[in-house]
Design a protein around this ligand. Sequence first.
Ligand code: CUA
Length: 251
Amino acid sequence: MLEKRILAAATVFVLSIAGVIALSVRLFGIDLPTCLTDVRPFNDAKILEQGPNRYEVHYVARMWKFEPADLNVETGSTVDIYLSTADVTHGMQIVGTNVNLMAVPGAVNYARTKFDRPGDYLVVCNEYCGIQHHNMAARIHVGAKAPKPLAENVIPPAAAASGKDLLDKYGCTACHSLDGAAGPGPTFKGLYGSQRTLADGKTIAVTDGYLRESIEKPDAKIVKGFDPVMPTMTIPPNDLHAIVEYLETIK
Ligand code: CUA
């Protein structure tokens, strides 16, 4: 008798758990996770050139290859690797380095390595992932950089993408246009690298330093023809960096 009651209670418990799951699927649109991470921008294979000898590479592992399959960097480059998988669990070992990562569904894993010695580095999968596991490989060529293949893959740094959002977030674009249109403040278009005449008649070149100063101390150098109406901005260093980096791309 007691056993029957315990059995009934257990059944009710299991059913209620199933009910909660079914309800949350319906009410909140909660779905089974896909294998590929939804953490942008790492769900896309890309090579980002972050500076001289500095690269950020987003690898996506999938049956049975790594994307990007080829990477060319200069000797002495530091490479930040972000790894995700589009399907099952894979491994990623860069032979001859200390990089040994797991590509786990839904996750992004990270490693940094510096390529001090020139040569071809083999990238292999070291988690069994299906019948073609043994053929799953990529290549990193370290040497004098071959400009062509890399140039095709390179897209502007991630910072540049978020720089635009930050301009909107801090309200910059309310006064400064991105397309050359007139406004209360000078347009950002073609600003970087240009010459500006200031209210006091001096001419200055728009550099990285000038952009930073004008954001943090807007009254320090007023461009001729504009009023000193911009408020002093307090922007965290990372955001400031991303904004300046983005401003430099608006030709
Ligand atoms: Cu991928 Cu083994």
